[in-house]
Design a binder for this molecule. Structure first.
Ligand code: C5P
Length: 318
């Protein structure tokens, strides 16, 4: 997953550094369940979560440059451009500060397709993709555990996003371990158009499942086995997020009313909800109906991503 490239692979031998480019996908993160434990002495809550990634993603492209520059495009790019800082630059600077080399610039283009502050890790996925991409682009060749340490400093969801493959998350989010392959399934993602900031949702938490209620999943052969495994699980942040944004209930209801939806739940601290479907035709149909009824919502039919989705892809412009 993490780029470990020799000079020929990275294209510099034949084309020179000026010709190198790397593209990295930043897939949406889905918390299939999210249980919250006690608040720790550092102010963060202990978490336990089963995380998978969807095929729908933001995109990062890194090209040469003498300084660090970020250009943002895409349907949610405008909203992000107004923010004073960005997790992509934070990730790039964190890597630069730890491992400074001469001439370490990069021009980064972010295609922002995922809604902001939406519980599917958009900003965290972008930061993680930047770390994966720059690790190869700057030929740092850092091993995954070192990148995970940097990721944890950037945000609680960034380590999981660095793996971009099914994983078990613990601690405040910094302890992540890859799981075996999940069964294939379709997802419909529904964001009812409200940005929900993470901190107040955690602060409003009252009831919680706590840590240790779920064992890691066994090998799951079908989406039905996954649903059975998730029977006693949920998202502890759904209640508090719903108090900030009651429309989350409507999004869950819209998914739940779809006859082929086998599980509907909120991801992360909201407001994006996901429905699991056993079949792409059903998922596409559900997404179409929900989008038609709620033209201002963001609705996306997608599927669980293969583990390699976040691997850097090299190209040459020469
Ligand atoms: O780490 P991150 O910046 O994503 O966290 C945003 C906020 O969410 C934190 O400031 C904290 O209030 C809350 N949080 C928490 N426990 C976690 C993760 C986040 O309380 N494990």
């Amino acid at each position: 997953m993490i780029a470990r490239l020799d000079r020929r692979e990275s294209g510099s031998d034949s084309n020179g550094d000026a010709a190198r480019k790397v593209r990295v996908r930043a897939p949406a993160k889905i918390n299939l369940f999210l249980h919250v434990g006690d608040k720790r002495s550092d102010g963060y809550h202990a978490l336990e979560s089963l995380i998978v990634f969807a095929e729908t993603s933001d995109g990062i492209e890194i090209g040469p440059g003498s300084d660090l520059k970020l250009k943002i495009t895409g349907p949610f790019g405008k909203a992000l451009s107004r923010e004073s800082d960005n997790l992509v630059l934070k990730a790039a600077r964190a890597l630069q500060a730890k491992y400074p080399h001469e001439g370490q610039g990069a021009h980064i283009a972010l295609e922002k397709n995922l809604p902001l502050a939406s519980g599917i890790g958009g900003g965290s996925a972008d930061a993680a993709a930047t770390l994966r991409g720059l690790n190869g682009f700057w030929r740092l060749e850092l091993p995954e555990d070192e990148l995970l340490d940097i990721a944890a400093e950037i945000g609680s969801d960034v380590p999981a996003c660095l793996l971009s493959s099914p994983c078990w998350m613990e601690g405040r989010g910094e302890r992540v371990s890859k799981l075996g392959a999940m069964p294939p399934f379709e997802l419909v993602l529904v964001n009812p158009g409200v940005a929900v900031p993470t901190r107040p949702v955690f602060a409003a938490l009252n009831a919680r499942t706590g840590i240790g209620a779920m064992a890691r999943p066994p090998v799951l052969a079908s989406v039905w086995e996954l649903v059975a495994y998730l029977a006693d699980a949920g998202n502890d942040l759904e209640g508090p997020a719903g108090r900030f944004a009651p429309v989350i209930e409507d999004a869950l209801a819209a998914l739940g009313h779809e006859p082929a939806c086998v599980l509907a739940q909120m991801s992360g601290s909201g407001a994006t909800c996901f429905g699991l479907f056993d079949g792409s035709v059903y998922a596409a149909g559900a997404a179409e109906r929900i989008a038609e009824e709620h033209p201002h919502w963001w609705v996306k039919s997608t599927r669980i991503a293969a583990p390699g989705i976040g691997a850097p892809q090299w190209s040459s412009t020469a």
